[in-house]
Every structure is written in C-alpha cells, then in structure tokens.
Design a protein around this ligand. Structure first.
Ligand SMILES: [Mg+2]
Length: 184
C-alpha cells in the first residue's frame, strides 16, 4: 500500500517502456524488405493513464531506446511528454524535464523494472517497480505491483496511487460522467 502522504505529493508519474509498458519482448524480423520491430502493449493500461491525467497528474514516458513501436504507442496513450535517450541515460533527461516543469524529485513517481531505472528510482518521491523487476531495481521500490510489465502493471499502479490519494471514486465518477453514464 502506498502511504497517503507520499501519494498526495505526487504531481508527475514517469513510466519506463520495455518491461513496464511491455513484457520486455521485442519481435524482430523483416516485413517485406524492411527490418521491423514489434512490441506487445496492454490496452488495459490506457485507462490508467487517462485517469491519472484526469486527476491532474502529469504522465511522462521515459525510454532508453528509440523505437517506432514506442512512438506509435505513446501517440495513442496521449501522455504529456516522452523523454527518450538512446544511450539509456535517463537521469539527465528526466532531471531536465522536472526542472522545466518546476517540479522537485519528491513530487515525482517512477515505475521501472531494470538497471537503467535505478538512478531515477533512487531519487523520486515514490519509486515503484513491476512484479518482474530485476532485484537491483526492486530493492529501491516503495511499491511493487502484483502485475508484471505488459500485463496491466501501469493500470494497477495508477489505481493504487489514486486510491492512496482518496481520489479513485472521483476519478471513476468523472470517467462515467464524461460518457453520460451513472457511476456503478
Ligand atoms: Mg525497462
């Protein structure tokens, strides 16, 4: 369970891509004469991102790897920003993004799974990992999702964060109201 005081400080959620928004698998091959790279994302994560943003929380995707599949996915998710660094140097890029948004480390959460995430997990106010995270990342996490990356981990983390802030009911009400429906 995420402590309420920690949850309420969070203004921005950072998400790693491979192993968090996906199961880490990458399909590589040729499509016609062109090399192609495909990944599997979980559509259940979409509403997690939507509800976080509806609650006024900025959502940023952080990838250490350039990929057309990732580009397509973040377009669909409508996240606030994509921080991409080909050398997997996530720290400097993330820090620059926080400064530009006038946010401090304690106001950020990050959901990661592997060594490139360690510098961010060490610094954010709410470090979190997926169930399949490597031990070096996991030992830094204040929250570990039951779901594995690519299997609803982003959705689960969004729900847990909003519940810890006592904003889950309101998020659901808003979701239904936007669609002209009564809440459950
Ligand atoms: Mg990863």
């Amino acid at each position: 369970v995420i402590p309420e005081d920690v949850a309420r400080q969070i203004r921005l959620v950072g998400l790693d891509v491979d192993g968090v928004m996906t199961d880490g698998g990458v399909y590589m091959g040729m499509v016609g004469a062109a090399p192609a790279e495909l990944k599997r994302f979980d559509i259940i994560d979409n509403i997690g991102v939507l509800l976080l943003r509806s609650a006024g929380i900025t959502v940023v995707v952080v990838s250490g790897r350039q990929s057309a599949a990732t580009d397509l996915r973040v377009q669909e998710l409508e996240v606030d920003e994509v921080v991409q660094d080909d050398r997997a140097m996530k720290l400097a890029a993330f820090e620059e993004m926080l400064q530009r948004r006038e946010l401090a480390w304690h106001q950020a959460a990050f959901l990661g799974d592997d060594l490139p995430d360690v510098p961010l997990l060490r610094r954010v106010g709410l470090p979190a990992c997926v169930a399949n995270a490597r031990p070096e990342a996991r030992q830094l996490a204040r929250h570990v999702t039951e779901a594995a990356g690519g299997h609803g981990a982003v959705r689960e983390f969004a729900e847990e964060l909003l519940k810890a802030r006592h904003e889950w009911e309101r998020a659901l009400e808003g979701y239904y109201a936007d669609r002209g429906e009564r809440p459950i």
